[in-house]
Design a protein around this ligand. Structure first.
Ligand code: HEM
Length: 176
């Protein structure tokens, strides 16, 4: 008890605070410290996160000629498959932009599809999720060309869409 009295006396003498105020402030400071430090990733964890990203992000693989139907499963729902999207029949590997096109992403609706019409019209309408660009105006086609140029520059082209599957397994390995 004498020790307790000595400590509380010392706290009051050195800090000018009552022991209750001193312990309350100390607890709050500890909480803030824990909260703020919890917002940062430890250096070792950061390395682990980077390594994990490298493992999951594989080099784009050429897929050859496939139909729109065959493109569908590449919508990011299977993490073992690349994330693909087509513009004007050309298929691009957009796996590196999983945050855009992966499940839950703002542009997930375009994944596994030819989104030409939707992009030309800047539309999210399900009925515009098609490679059919019939009847588009010159300015809409220009918008589509800008998207195509962006994709050409940013992503690797891994194949093309065909209306009917005519190629053989050997043709599929052909690099375009
Ligand atoms: C309120 C309207 C919109 C806003 C604020 C918006 C914003 C953005 C932003 C900030 C990005 C990221 C750009 C980057 O970091 O490279 C982006 C990318 C993109 N936006 Fe939008 N957007 C809008 C509407 C649309 C519409 C209507 C479409 C098409 C129908 C669209 C299609 C895309 C696509 C495809 C990408 C990804 C391009 C890529 O793969 O790099 N956006 N948007």
């Amino acid at each position: 008890m004498a020790l307790y009295a000595t400590i509380t006396d010392a706290i009051t003498q050195y800090t000018g605070l009552s022991p209750a105020a001193f312990f309350t402030i100390s607890a709050m400071m500890l909480f803030v410290y824990k909260f703020v430090s919890g917002m940062f990733v430890a250096a070792d964890d950061h390395v682990a996160v980077k390594r994990e990203q490298q493992v999951t992000l594989r080099e784009p693989v050429q897929i050859g000629s496939i139909t729109e139907e065959e493109l569908r499963p590449f919508d990011g729902s299977d993490p073992n498959k690349p994330l693909l999207m087509a513009i004007k029949g050309k298929i691009y590997d957009v796996s590196r932009s999983r945050m855009f096109y992966g499940p839950g992403g703002p542009y997930a609706l375009f994944a596994g599809r030819d989104a030409s019409r939707a992009l030309a019209l800047m539309s999210f309408e399900p009925s515009d999720l098609t490679g059919d660009i019939d009847g588009l105006s010159a300015s809409e086609l220009e918008v589509l060309e800008d998207w195509e140029a962006k994709f050409e520059e940013k992503y690797v082209k891994v194949g093309q869409l065909v209306s009917e599957r005519t190629s053989t397994a050997e043709d599929e390995t052909k690099v375009d």
